[in-house]
Design a protein around this ligand. Structure first.
Ligand code: GLA
Length: 383
């Protein structure tokens, strides 16, 4: 953190306080969160750090070390809406905090991030959550771990205009070292599930970037809504796709167009898989967990159609390796990363092999990292 402190001193003078929030990888439960369903992410040991110091006026100055850019704005004149600039996330969090009644102090901020952008590891949530933590602490407002995810999700809806679910912001706040988190996205009840000690989380970046706001993500959300409205005519009691069973879907499938039927089938079967995966993880049944990951990937590829040729290839290559329990795409899709659960004794060998195989087939050199499930957001102790 020394370099961020030095950078801050050079930019603004003085010594800041530092807060951080992690990116995440989702083990299973994709595109279920905005359907009130179940997800199972883990926080990664990749963080976004925000250095902050109060100002006496109501100005926010923010510098991104990754993008070498400074922006500033007045807290009193923040307006909703997307500009497409990275600072939309910071402006959005400040704007939603203010409109939710938190009176913020002005601040100087310097931000540096380890979560690769556009890779499906949720660099956006890490930026939003670390910013919220920094702005609230800087204003001496008590930070409530349960409120921040919703504030940040709303910021992402209103400013960068991605209609994301709650998963990424939630895990960034509630992650725990050595654990995955099984979240019910309707009640927000969660359970921390220990990741068996011999298991490593291997994250493989296909090096194909996504862009959710302008990409297929918002379209998928609309398709789910369309499916829900159509099914409600036969199933008036349902509030979200989470309430639909596989049998009910089959019974009423003629209400849906073939495409909407496939979208809904993904969501309904994926919710079942997450619950089965939680049972398997608790029982230490990694073979079963791996099968569920493979089914999840197929469903995302064929029914939800958010995978890409590169993600499919990375999953296929990993699935053939000794020591790999399971592999699937992770996050919103349309590019980004896959996740493999790998036996610790084989992890480095698998990593090297996958880099070679993937590069030989695509000409792209992938970044493959071996991660630990890590802690959620908070202050960084002074060193
Ligand atoms: C993105 C969104 C999440 C979730 C995933 C797909 O990461 O931010 O809310 O919908 O895609 O599971």
């Amino acid at each position: 953190m020394r370099s961020l402190i030095t950078l801050f001193a050079e930019l603004y003078g003085g010594r800041p306080t530092i807060y951080r929030a992690p990116g995440r990888v989702n083990l299973i439960g994709e595109h279920t969160d905005y359907n009130d369903g179940f997800v199972m992410p883990a926080a990664l040991d990749l963080y976004t750090y925000v250095a902050v110091r109060p100002r006496s006026d109501r100005r926010l100055r923010v510098y991104s070390e990754n993008l070498h850019e400074m922006r500033d704005f007045e807290l009193d004149s923040i307006r909703c809406g997307r500009t497409g600039h990275w600072s939309d996330y910071v402006r959005g969090v400040a704007g939603v905090l203010e409109s939710s009644g938190y009176k913020l102090r002005g601040a100087d901020l310097a931000i540096t991030g380890e979560v690769p952008m556009g890779s499906g590891l949720s660099s956006s949530a890490a930026l939003e959550v670390s910013t919220a933590w920094a702005l609230l602490s800087n204003s001496q407002i008590n930070v409530d771990r349960n409120t921040i995810p919703q504030i940040c999700q709303q910021a992402e809806h209103l400013y960068p205009e991605t209609q994301c679910g709650i998963m990424d912001q939630f895990i960034s706040c509630h992650g725990r070292a050595g654990h995955a988190l099984m979240l019910d996205c309707r009640s927000l009840d969660f359970q921390l599930l220990p990741v068996p000690s011999q298991v490593r989380l291997m994250v493989c970046n296909t090096m194909v970037k996504h862009e959710h706001a302008s990409g297929g993500y918002n379209t998928r959300r609309r398709e789910c809504e369309e499916g829900l409205q159509a099914l409600k005519q036969s199933l008036p009691g349902i509030r979200a796709l989470r309430d639909v069973t596989v049998n009910e879907l089959e019974k009423h499938r003629d209400r849906l167009s073939p495409v909407i039927y496939k979208r809904v089938r993904h969501v309904v079967t994926e919710n079942d898989r997450v619950q089965e995966a939680a049972t398997a993880l608790t029982a230490g049944d990694l073979a079963q967990f791996g099968r569920l990951m493979a089914d999840s990937h197929r469903s995302l590829r064929d029914d939800y159609e958010v995978s890409t040729a590169e993600l499919d290839l990375m999953v296929e290559l990993a699935s053939g390796q000794n020591g790999v329990y399971g592999a699937r795409m992770t996050g919103g899709g349309f590019g980004g990363c896959t996740i493999n659960l790998v036996h610790s004794a084989r992890a480095e060998e698998v990593q090297q092999r996958l880099v070679q195989l993937y590069e030989a087939k695509t000409g792209l050199r992938p970044t493959i990292i071996i991660c630990e499930a890590s802690d959620g957001a908070g202050a960084v102790a002074e060193t």
